[in-house]
Design a protein around this ligand. Sequence first.
Ligand code: AQP
Length: 315
Amino acid sequence: MAEGKKRLLTGLQSSGTLHIGNYFGALKPFVDLYGDYESFLMVADYHALTSLKDPKLVQECIYNSVKDYLAAGVDPEKAVIFKQSDISEHTELAWIFDCLVTVPFLELGHAYKDKVAKGLEANAGLFTYPMLMAADILLYDTVIVPVGEDQRQHIEYAREAAAKFNSAYGQTFIEPKEHIVKAVGTIPGTDGKKMSKSYGNTVPLFGTRDEIAKAVMSIVTDSSGDRPENVYAMHKLLKTDEELAPLYEANKGSYKALKEALIEDLDTLLTPMREKRNSITDDDVKAVLKTGAAKAKAVASAKMEDVRKKVGVTL
Ligand code: AQP
């Protein structure tokens, strides 16, 4: 590990278009913190295979993810941006963790249950996802993982995998801590449920103004109260309660006006990011990932060499 600097790592599935839940839940917290750490930002493309089966789309989503990271303000000179599939040690370590945890333990996973309840295929990859995520984190001796509230349990799983390995084979892995921004919580989608790429209820981070406007206008509003909570939940990501109070007071019950104000505020934040994103080419993405893969591989392969020796497969 670099002298004096702890490691920070997060990853986002390249399973669709990033949305404002991904941005405020994980990407912005990463951007806010990453300069103080030795930082890794992963494109979780193997995780994405739990839901994506079209190779062209898989590839497109990888390009898009890296463009999103760069446009959101991540400097590839200051963070290692890499894709999971470039570092085979991730799936290798996940297998070892799979052999240490039980099926009933994995059955406690909320994300798996929620996704299956939403009609997503209950494939084995989706079920063992927390162990691949544990490998993603633990391979790098990560200390802090910026994630959204919905991923809290997955960080607990990573700690559990580390503890199980350490107690079976001796101290090897650091138990990581989640960094969750309390004020952000779980951002609701346009239907009021958790905003999620695979649920079709998102406000896209890099959509056109029209796409964002269409998504915001479709937010379901509860007619029982003065304040449309699903609109407010998104608005408070952009402004403080004090800043929003006069607007919501003046427009009690006028949901259309409040949604228009939200579109305006989103546009103010996103326009410069969108412009930056338009200037990033596929070749830029390839260059960033090539450099990132070399750096990530150096760390992961050293760790995995130790792990192989400890489990007894090195002769
Ligand atoms: N609604 C949300 N509110 C706050 N944070 C969120 N995140 C996702 N949705 C919200 C955070 O974004 C990061 C990346 O998530 P991921 O794509 O790796 O997995 P996810 O949590 O399953 O995200 P999605 O959008 O719901 O993707 P799909 O539908 O493909 O599974 C995580 O830190 C997550 O907490």
